[in-house]
Design a protein around this ligand. Structure first.
Ligand SMILES: [Zn+2]
Ligand SMILES: [Zn+2]
Length: 409
């Protein structure tokens, strides 16, 4: 087994070498000399960090020499980026970073490629879970893959994030740098002067706002009778005032009268609401009165419709190491790419990030998920298959004992 892994990592490293030697236009992070870099090597998989470079040439020379499996750089700027301890680095500021990872977003495609095993009771299943449905244990071993549907879902979430950043925070599209991570998500970086010195609390406020956390109902309602309230904002309003009415409307469109009664709304008021909705659309929400509790139920569901699922840890962290654009993701062999807003909206992101377009590879698979990247496999068990190089590399890097290399074609 060791022999196989040894050969695999040599082979993938060789492919990475070809890419790094032939690629010439590397992304240059702003103030590169103030950034800390970190690298994961192929041989032992550990992170080597606290490294800095004077310029892009020096960085590229280093990458070409060591051929890393992952390359990271700091969102932060430091006086001494290569100091060994974080306290000695002299933090000068950090870009504002957002991370969208489809791992955190429920998608239907997961049942075609993800699987889990409970380490407590030993039961197994497909899809993605956090708690074992059989014994309630949280000791779950997950096996996850990415498919083009995952990337599509993450992309939609990213467009939602951009809408928040431009509509509610006033950033222009040009001020947002958009990246595909080379795996299952997207990053947005903002390096505008106003954000660089923001502390963790300020960044947390922004993350909470985008995730719809801590929305205070008092800001949105007016009491009109003893226990009845009306919603006083319209679709022409800004921020969550608009988002809530839009979210309530899309939630209500999906619900029947019975569903709403089950959710806890009063049947008489539901009838009035639904009748008005069919005539006046979202404006109907300004024409009805509901109890505080009923509004809370609608708000809760509206937030679920409208919130953007970002990984808040990434946004809050002011010393984060993030993937270097134009480097390869060691787990997939896909390239981290910078995208314009138009490219994000209209182009096939996966295709753009594929580097290993040439050639095929022959694999022996014990088992393989039904969907991987842009490929489908039906009932493939204990079989020899030929697949394009980019897919083969991802399968080998992620498949463990289930997938082994027979030969390069
Ligand atoms: Zn279990
Ligand atoms: Zn998927």
């Amino acid at each position: 087994m060791l022999r196989r892994e040894f050969n695999l990592s040599l082979f993938v490293r060789e492919m990475f070498r070809k890419y790094y030697l032939s690629h010439h236009e590397f992304y240059i992070p702003k103030k590169l000399e103030e950034r800390e870099f970190g690298f994961v090597f192929f041989d032992n998989g550990t992170m080597h960090r606290h490294i800095s470079f004077k310029n892009i040439d020096e960085l590229v020379r280093y990458i070409r020499k060591i051929i890393p499996s992952h390359v990271f750089y700091s969102s932060a700027y430091y006086e001494y980026p290569n100091a060994d301890s974080m306290n000695q680095k002299g933090w000068l500021g950090a870009d504002l970073i957002f991370d969208i990872d489809v791992d955190h977003i429920p998608t239907l495609c997961k049942k075609y490629h993800d699987s889990w095993k409970c380490l407590n009771c030993g039961k197994e299943g497909t899809g993605s879970i956090d708690i074992c449905p059989f014994c309630g244990s949280e000791r779950i071993k997950k096996k996850t893959w990415v498919c083009n549907k995952c990337i599509e879902t993450a992309k939609d979430e990213t467009l939602k994030l951009i809408d928040f950043l431009s509509e509610d925070f006033g950033f222009s599209h040009k001020e947002l740098e958009i990246f595909f991570s080379g795996h299952r998500g997207f990053h947005i970086h903002i390096d505008k002067k106003d954000v660089l010195e923001m502390d963790q609390d300020a960044r947390r406020e922004i993350a909470d706002y985008i995730r719809g956390v801590g929305i205070d109902t008092d800001f949105f309602l007016k009491r009109v009778q003893k226990d009845l309230y009306e919603y006083i904002w319209s679709l022409d309003s800004k921020g969550w005032h608009k988002r809530l009415i839009r979210g309530m409307y899309s939630f209500l469109l999906k619900m029947s009268r019975d569903d709403l009664m089950l959710a806890g709304l009063n049947s008489e008021r539901i009838n009035i609401l639904i009748d008005k909705l069919s005539v006046h659309g979202p404006d109907a929400l300004n024409e009805v009165v509901l109890t505080l509790n009923e509004w809370k139920i609608l708000f809760h569901n509206a937030i679920k419709e409208e919130q953007c699922i970002i990984d808040e840890k990434v946004t809050i962290d002011i010393k984060r190491l993030i993937r270097l654009p134009d480097s390869l993701h060691g787990k997939t062999g896909l390239r981290v790419i910078k995208l314009s807003y138009k490219e994000l909206e209209n182009e096939d992101v996966l295709k753009k990030s594929i580097v290993f377009n040439d050639g095929y590879i022959r694999l022996y698979v014990k088992r393989i998920p039904e969907k991987v990247l842009d490929w489908k496999f039906e009932n493939v068990r204990n079989k020899v298959i030929d697949v394009p190089m980019y897919l083969g590399i991802y399968l080998l890097q992620n498949g463990g004992d289930d997938i082994s290399l027979i030969k390069i074609l």
